[in-house]
Design a protein around this ligand. Structure first.
Ligand code: HEC
Length: 199
């Protein structure tokens, strides 16, 4: 039984390739029997490159490719990265908002609700990073959101971290919409002020 790709590679050389006469004979038998399946098998058996797969898949690792910012003879301007045609607009999912929304009370309340679900598990409801999850993180701890540098950081920083992740922190685009990420970002700014007891 073939259980893995390696097994397939090992058993593949046993697949014999029919000569022209053999193939003709198979075809005629197949025609008589009406078994198209056999013809398909015979064709597959002859295509050696398909029958004997490269078990290491090296052909996928070592192949010609065009790296971004490299030169390319394929285009008139000699560049791999081509300028988008005039009139190209960036793609955005239809429910996304344009830039930071206004920080209303409703938005902050949404921010708190989403922060408590999406961020507090690691950064803590107070944002100080003192959580059970953090105590089990060996490599890097979730940042204390009240450190000087982050207190000075603009709201965009927190939107950006939630959108793209940061270091070992994953992006949270799967759980938060763009509007929710802005809401969380504003909420973190409010949380920072609240913990300092200053406006
Ligand atoms: C799975 C745990 C986890 C969750 C959930 C999480 N973070 Fe983080 N966060 C981390 C870790 C770990 C780091 C430090 C990463 C590093 O330095 O490599 C970090 C770093 C940060 C930083 C510091 C960036 C800097 O410039 O130093 C900010 C800001 C931040 N997180 C905000 C958030 C916000 C806002 C949310 C929710 C939308 C969130 N995090 C959710 C684990 C988490």
């Amino acid at each position: 039984m073939i259980r893995s790709f390696d097994d397939a590679a090992r058993s593949a050389p046993r697949v014999s390739c029919f000569g022209a006469r053999g193939a003709a004979r198979v075809v005629s038998i197949a025609a008589l029997a009406g078994a198209i399946v056999i013809v398909t098998a015979a064709i597959a058996g002859c295509a050696d490159s398909l029958a004997v797969p490269d078990p290491d898949l090296n052909r996928m690792l070592v192949q010609p490719r065009a790296d971004p910012f490299a030169a390319s003879a394929a285009f008139a301007d000699g560049k791999v990265l081509q300028t988008p045609p005039a009139g190209t607009v960036p793609y955005r999912p239809p429910n996304e908002v344009e830039g930071p929304p206004r920080p209303t009370r409703a938005l902050l309340e949404l921010g708190r609700a989403r922060y408590d679900v999406a961020c507090a598990v690691c950064h803590g409801v107070r944002g100080d990073g003192d959580t059970i999850v953090a105590s089990h993180m060996e490599l890097v701890k979730p940042r204390d959101l009240h450190i000087e540098r982050l207190r000075r950081a603009p709201v965009e920083t927190f939107f950006d971290v939630a959108t793209r992740g940061f270091g070992l922190m994953p992006p949270l685009t799967e759980v938060l919409t763009e509007k929710e990420r802005w809401a969380v970002a504003y909420y973190v700014k409010a949380l920072q002020r609240s913990q300092r007891g200053a406006p």
